[in-house]
Design a protein around this ligand. Structure first.
Ligand code: B12
Length: 148
């Protein structure tokens, strides 16, 4: 697994980019940001499928999984995510989706609803900054309660 950027002892977080998506910049920024914010990133990089995220979570015991899509393949590639994690015994793992999650322009609320329906706990479609994301991750992992 590439890039466990930094060497913190905080909560483990798997991150990667779903589909045949090669947009890597946000993935690298997130990995560095996670380490700087006290998390332990396990970065599986670009061009990942849902089973890769499940395997990485099983291998690392991570408490959260962040799935990025920048080219919009996320709409297809993330379908059924919650059910897949639950089937692997990972129903207690926090699932976030973020990036440019669908092809074309759709209202953020519509995209959020779609991905919440896939079983994600939080959705960050075209976020302006990462501040809200880090606050939410800290809170969700801190209180041990999955948001619903
Ligand atoms: C650079 C770039 C490329 C480079 C990628 C180089 C590389 N190796 O990374 C190249 C030229 C190769 C490329 C190719 C393509 N690209 Co391109 N690309 C871009 C561009 C200009 C910048 C992307 C970038 O790096 N931004 C900087 C990072 C920091 O920002 P970001 O990716 O938006 O991520 C932010 C958030 O989304 C968030 N985020 C991301 N993931 C997650 C996850 C979580 C959990 C959270 C909280 C937040 C989060 O974090 C970031 C900081 O805020 C964008 C347009 C743009 N201005 O955004 C198009 C863009 C992403 N590309 C696009 C497209 C369509 C393609 C191609 C399909 C084009 C083609 N026809 O071949 C291919 C796809 C190839 C593939 N297999 O994926 C579209 C996607 C459209 C969509 N989703 O509807 C965009 C938006 C251009 C456009 N306006 O149409 N691309």
């Amino acid at each position: 697994m590439s890039d466990t950027a930094g060497d913190t002892s905080g909560p483990g977080v798997v991150l990667g980019v779903v589909g045949h998506d090669i947009h890597v910049v946000a993935n690298r920024i997130l990995a560095v940001g996670l380490a700087e914010n006290g998390f332990r990133p396990y970065n599986i990089g670009i061009s990942c499928a849902l089973p890769d995220f499940v395997d990485a979570a099983l291998e690392t015991g991570a408490r959260a999984v962040l799935i990025s899509s920048v080219n919009g393949e996320g709409e297809e590639g993330c379908a059924g995510a919650g059910a897949r994690f639950a089937a692997a015994g990972l129903g207690n793992v926090l699932l976030y989706a973020g990036g440019n999650l669908v092809v074309g322009d759709r209202p953020t609320a519509v995209v959020e609803r779609l991905f919440l329906g896939y079983g994600f706990h939080r959705v960050f479609h075209r976020p302006g900054t990462l501040t809200t994301f880090f606050e939410a991750l800290r809170r969700d992992l801190g209180d041990g309660q999955l948001p619903r």
